[in-house]
Every structure is written in structure tokens, then in C-alpha cells.
Write a protein that binds this ligand. Structure first.
Ligand SMILES: Nc1ncnc2c1ncn2[C@@H]1O[C@H](COP(=O)(O)OP(=O)(O)O)[C@@H](O)[C@H]1O
Ligand SMILES: [Mg+2]
Length: 226
């Protein structure tokens, strides 16, 4: 599903973010990306959605070298790869329903289809009853569930989650993890960057550790630390 072939990334200011990363993530894998701040976790994700281009090497997503995509193909890639962040990034002046529907509107999905898909996905994340609330009226956990609904409403092949529990308390974090696991079981590959040791140790998934831009560990049913 995702392949990195000797991928290096140096930012224009000279910062080395990734160094000769080789990584293969098969379909429907669930991978934790761990490593200290600055290790390159967010950069790795940005390369998958072509928010950044590699300085060297190839990033292949669903069989395509993302650097070679035409401009017109980039929106398609971003529909195949949903993304959630620590700070939710919801539109504050739109309701829960509108936040999710917006993701479909920009993809030119028909209003009829939108009316079908939005309630189904809100149900999946347990927020049907909050459809007309504004993000500011929700708890952090609820906001993250809205952002998750928005990220998976296209049924993406891959879900990237960049420290999704970074602003949440432990109980709420576990609820989000249960949802990520459910989304994974529905067939979506999940890649999650995290500093949350407890979650990584509890979930017993593949763990890829980065340090200074290099993959220093890659273990099935891994733990947060060595
Ligand atoms: N847009 C950018 N411009 C310049 N340097 C950057 C940029 N984004 C990240 N970096 C640098 O690249 C390295 C990796 O950062 P990042 O991928 O954000 O790591 P992590 O997500 O693991 O904290 C760091 O040294 C960081 O300062
Ligand atoms: Mg980061």
C-alpha cells in the first residue's frame, strides 16, 4: 500500500528530516510511528500525501510514485489518504454535519449521496446526536471523532493520524483508539504517529521507530520503547 525506497528529505533550510528510509506498509496494516520530537514522523506522513516531495528516493502509494503524479491526480491521492491531527483542524463556524459534508462537497459528491453518507459516518463515530452542534460546543474527544468522520467519509485506503491523542485525556484517547481499530478492521490501513507509550504498549501493533530521520526499529506487535 505504501512503500518508501531509500527516501531522504532535506528541507530548504538544510534540516535533515529523513535519511534513506526504506519502509513497506502492506494493505490493512496498523502501524505506530514513534520517536522523539523532530525524528521525522510528520515529514514521513507529509510525503505520503505529497504535501512535501522527497529530496531523494521514491514514495509509492497504491502503486503510484507520488512525485510523478500530475497536478490533477493529487486531489485523488488525498481522497485515498485521510488525515487527522492533534488539533482537529475543524471549521469552527460550521456544524458537525457541515464539517463532514464539506469534505464530500469539495469532491463534488452529489447532495443526495451526501445526505446518505454523512449520517452513516456520524453513526460510526457515535455522534449522530451532535450533528447540529458547532465544534466549540464539543469536548476534545468529540471534536477528534468529527475530524475522524471527515477523514474516513471517502472510505480512504489509508488513514494517517499525527499524534491524534496528543490533546486528549487517557480515557478519551482509548475511545479514539477503539475507533481507529474499527476503521482498520473495515479495511483501511492506519499509520499513527504518537508519543503515547501506554497506548502503543496496550495495542500490540507494528511499531516503526524513527530517530534523527532514520528507521531504527521495526517490530510486529512492538512496544513503545526497546
Ligand atoms: N517545513 C519545515 N521546514 C524546515 N524544517 C522542517 C520543516 N518541517 C520539519 N522540519 C525539521 O525536520 C525535522 C523533522 O521534523 P518532523 O517531521 O516534524 O518530526 P516529528 O514529527 O517526528 O517531530 C526536524 O528537525 C524539524 O525541525
Ligand atoms: Mg510531528
Amino acid at each position: 500500500m505504501i512503500q518508501f525506497h531509500k527516501v531522504s528529505k532535506v528541507y530548504p533550510n538544510g534540516a535533515l528530516a529523513l535519511l534513506k528510509v526504506d519502509l513497506h506498509i502492506p494493505p490493512v496494516d496498523f502501524v505506530f510511528l514513534v520517536g522523539p520530537s523532530g525524528a521525522g514522523k510528520s515529514t514521513l506522513m507529509k510525503l505520503i500525501i505529497r504535501q512535501e516531495l522527497p529530496s531523494e528516493g521514491q514514495v509509492v502509494v497504491n502503486g503510484k510514485n507520488v512525485a510523478r503524479l500530475r497536478k490533477s491526480e493529487i486531489p485523488l491521492l488525498r481522497r485515498k489518504v485521510g488525515v487527522i491531527f492533534q488539533d482537529f483542524k475543524l471549521l469552527p463556524d460550521r456544524t458537525v454535519w457541515e464539517n463532514v459534508a464539506f469534505a464530500l462537497e469539495v469532491a463534488e459528491v452529489s447532495p443526495r449521496e451526501i445526505r446518505k453518507r454523512v449520517p452513516a459516518i456520524l453513526q460510526l463515530v457515535g455522534l449522530e446526536h451532535k450533528a447540529s452542534a458547532l465544534p466549540g460546543e464539543l469536548s476534545g474527544g468529540e471534536q477528534q471523532r468529527v475530524s475522524l468522520a471527515r477523514a474516513v467519509v471517502h472510505n480512504p485506503l489509508v488513514l494517517l493520524a499525527d499524534e491524534p491523542t496528543g490533546n486528549l485525556d487517557p480515557a478519551t484517547s482509548l475511545e479514539i483508539m477503539e475507533l481507529l481499530e474499527r476503521i482498520n478492521l473495515r479495511g483501511t490501513t492506519v499509520v499513527m504517529a504518537t508519543h503515547n507509550r501506554e497506548i502503543v504498549d496496550r495495542m500490540k501493533k507494528r511499531v516503526v521507530a524513527l530517530e534523527g530521520g532514520r528507521v531504527v526499529r521495526d517490530e510486529q506487535k512492538g512496544r513503545y520503547g526497546r
